[in-house]
Design a protein around this ligand. Sequence first.
Ligand SMILES: [Zn+2]
Length: 450
Amino acid sequence: MILLKNCLKIATFNRNLDELSGYDILIEGNIIKSISKNIEVKDAKVIDCSDCLVIPGLVNTHHHFYQTLTRNLRPVQDAKLFEWLTFLYPIWAKMDQEAVYLSTKLATLELLKTGCTLTTDHHYLYPSGFNGDLMGIQFEAAEETGIRFAPARGAMTRGRSNGGLPPDEVVQNVDDVIRDMERVIDKYHNPEPFSMKRVILAPCSPFSVEEDGMRETAKLARDKGVRIHTHLAETRDEERYCAERYGKRPLALMEELDWIGEDVFFAHGIWLNDEELKLLKDTGTGIAHCPTSNMRLGSGIARIREMIDMGIKVGLGVDGSASNDSSDMLGEVRNAMLLQRVRYGEKGLTAREALLLGTRNGAELLGFPETGSVEEGKAADLAIFDISHIQYAGAHSDPVAAIVFSGYCHQTAHTIVNGKILIEDGKHTSIDEEELNRKFRKKAEELWEF
Ligand SMILES: [Zn+2]
C-alpha cells in the first residue's frame, strides 16, 4: 500500500472537476482505494504531499518514439513538413532493433518524468531488412520503464516510385502489413480493464498509404475491437496532395474509406472547415492535438476552442521528437493553453481545460476509461508535482494552474503507474539513467553520419 499524505491539492478531473485540499490518497495494489482526510493504515509506504499538487497521470495520444534519435537536426530545424520528412526518411531507414529499444526506453522515461502515465506510440517505420518483432521490442522497453502503453502498429505502403512521399526502402506491401497487424493484436492486445497493454492500428497518412491499406486496416480493427489512428489535415501541402491525387479533401477521403467514428482519432486536424468539424462531432471521431509540433513546423493552429465547445473529443500529444523536440508532456499542456490564446484571445483555453485535455480526455481517446481521473476505484496512475520549488514561488494562490502558468522544469517529484512508484524524487526507481543516456547518444550519433 502507498499513502499520499496530506496533499496540498488534488485536482481530481472527475465529472465534477472536484479539487480537494488536505486529503490523503490510499493506493492498494494497482487501484486508488480511498480518498479521504486523516487515513490511518499500518504498513503503507507514506509520501508526504503537503507541498504537492496531485493530478491524474497525463496521457499522451500521439508520438513517434524513434524520432528521439533525430532531434534538432540542423538541416531541418527550419523546414516545413514535406521537406522535413523527405530529408529525414533516409536517416530513419537506418533504424534497427537497438534503435527501437533505446528510443522507446528513453521516450517513455522522459514522459514519466514529465507526469505522463499512459502513452501511445505511432511507429510506422519498417525499413526493409529490419528483422525481429518490432512491437515486441517496444513492449519490452516499456515494461522496463513501467509506463501504461498502447502502441499503434503503423505502416507506409506507397513509396516514391508510386507517387508517395517516402522512399521505397521504408514501405511495405499491404498484405504483409495487415498480417502483422493481426499478429500484434492477437499477441499483445489486452482489452481487460486496467490492462497495461493495448494495440492501436495506424497507417501513417494519406500521402504514404494506399487506399486498400486504409480500408483493410479499418475492417481488421473493427473485427478485433481496437482503435484506429492516422495523421490528418496537418498541412496545406497535404490538402493539395489529396486534391490532386483523389480529387477530395483529406477528411472526405477518410469518410469514403470508412475511417470515421468513435473508434477513430486523427493526429493534428488543423485544416478542417466548419462542415468537417460537424462531421467529427456527429460521428464521435477524435483529435490528438499536438501544439508544440504544429508551432515547430509552422503547420497552423488547430480549432481546439471551437472543437471543445462543439463537444468534439480532443486529447493532447507531444508528437514525434523530431518535431517537438522533446517528450515533455506537461510542457504540451502549457503550449496547448497558450497557442489557443494566440488564435482566440485571452479566453482561448484555460489552464484547467488544457489539463483536462491532457488527462481524462486523452484516456478516453486511447480507450482507457479506467484512467485519467483521481477517483476511488480507478487505476492508481498519478503525477505528483512538488510546487514548493523556486520555479513556482509566488504562484500558490492557485496550485492547480501553477504547473501550467509557471515553472520551467516540468518534472514530477513522483510518478505512479498502476500502483507502482516509478519516479521517486525525480529519478526512475530502477533504470540507470546515466547508462541509458550514454548508449542512446552513441546510437543517435551513428544515425546522423550523413
Ligand atoms: Zn506525428
